[in-house]
Design a protein around this ligand. Structure first.
Ligand SMILES: Nc1ncnc2c1ncn2[C@@H]1O[C@H](COP(=O)(O)OP(=O)(O)OP(=O)(O)O)[C@@H](O)[C@H]1O
Ligand SMILES: [Mg+2]
Length: 351
């Protein structure tokens, strides 16, 4: 039996890793055997989950009998992908190739694809009932869902076809095809040997295609079946990323189960419109500073409330919100409390 998948996505820095971990602790405490695949958690959170240098290897979280955690290691995932899909001697060459390293390490779609294949492995292993997937900062948002198709295009020879114009040529023939201006120019600028090196690399990469194409379809199927929550806050960049789920995803694809506004200010603050001009136990300067600060945050709380209402009205999205905790929630109890103290997050994650 495949595990259920919960995908936690959103723009950089909004709280994806925190909410993934909080969902994991909550599910595990309800008796659901859960794996949280985190990406680069803050140090204290990594310590609480017991993920250090273990990379993709799931480890049991101390004190939580039903909870496991793994930390996505993109480089190790690509090594596994190459081992799965390439002939051994081509695989070794690819892994040693600097172009391959550059693509695997820096290309956002390659990171997302590695995360996707890794997710599929965990889901299909049958070892957990629920796999929670935190997404890398470089591919937060809908790009994570689009990555399998992009990886397929990258490896599938679109680039090669573009370079050579026709069907993918035989290895030797490629560097002799000088019909296309782009190749002629490259030949002039880069010189024969470098061009040969690049062509060689592209042809090696292409041998992954059949495997990756098959696998990418499987990854896409899993992503379509996943429950997805989009984390945001009321600032423009994260909101833009959240809107893309409703504006840019093709018809028939995932509808997020909720858009989660994280780090919400206390809702009581929205009501504050006046604060007395002086207070009893403080000197006047401190009181004025405190008063201005409260009024500033009250304005901000109202701005956030308007942004939420606007989002809900425009897209008919289900919203959830989580409080801004005075201390970053990094231990297991504080994480569980974040879900308990939220508004609608529990339903969004598990209902
Ligand atoms: N509800 C909250 N209350 C207080 N602090 C929070 C809350 N949610 C997250 N944080 C803190 O905000 C910071 C960013 O959170 P987190 O690392 O989970 O974001 P992220 O979306 O995973 O970031 P990245 O895109 O860089 O991976 C962390 O220090 C985290 O402890
Ligand atoms: Mg993160």
């Amino acid at each position: 039996m495949s595990a259920r998948i919960l995908l936690v996505t959103g723009a950089g820095g909004v709280g994806k890793t925190t909410i993934s971990a909080a969902a994991g602790v909550t599910a595990a405490r309800r008796g659901i055997s859960t794996l949280v695949v985190t990406v680069d958690p803050a140090k204290r959170l990594a310590d609480a989950l017991g993920v250090g240098n273990l990379g993709n290897l799931p480890t049991h979280v101390t004190g939580e009998p039903k909870l496991w955690a793994a930390m996505l290691d993109v480089a190790a995932s690509w090594e596994a992908i190459v081992a799965r899909h390439a002939d051994p001697e081509v695989g070794d060459k690819l892994l040693a190739n600097p172009y391959f390293r550059a693509i695997a390490d820096r290309f956002p779609a390659a990171q997302a694809y590695a995360a996707g294949e890794q997710m599929a492995e965990f889901v299909e292993s049958g070892s957990w009932d629920l796999v929670i997937v935190d997404t890398p900062p470089s591919v937060g948002g809908i790009d994570f869902l689009l990555a399998p198709g992009q990886a397929r295009d990258l490896i599938g020879g679109k680039l090669l076809r573009w370079l050579t114009g026709a069907k993918v040529p035989a290895r030797r023939a490629l560097y002799r095809v000088t019909a296309r201006p782009v190749l002629r120019l490259a030949d002039m600028v880069l010189g024969g040997p470098l061009l040969e090196e690049i062509a060689d690399f592209l042809l090696d990469l292409r041998t992954l295609y059949d495997g990756v194409e098959q696998r990418a379809k499987g990854v896409e199927r899993h992503l379509r079946s996943a429950r997805t929550v989009v984390v945001t806050n009321a600032y423009p960049t994260p909101m833009r990323e959240a809107r893309r789920f409703f504006e840019e995803l093709p018809e028939g694809s995932v509808v997020p189960s909720a858009v989660v506004f994280n780090r919400e200010l206390p809702h009581e603050w929205e009501q504050i419109s006046a604060v007395p001009a002086n207070g009893s136990d403080l000197d006047q300067r401190s009181w004025t500073a405190l008063r201005d600060n409260l009024l500033r945050w009250a304005t901000e709380a109202r701005r956030n409330a308007d942004a939420r209402a606007d989002f809900a009205a425009r897209y008919g999205a289900t919203l959830a919100s989580t409080p801004w905790k005075p201390q970053p929630p990094t231990d297991l109890d504080a994480l569980a409390d974040l879900v308990a103290a939220s508004n609608g997050l529990d339903e969004a994650l598990f209902a």
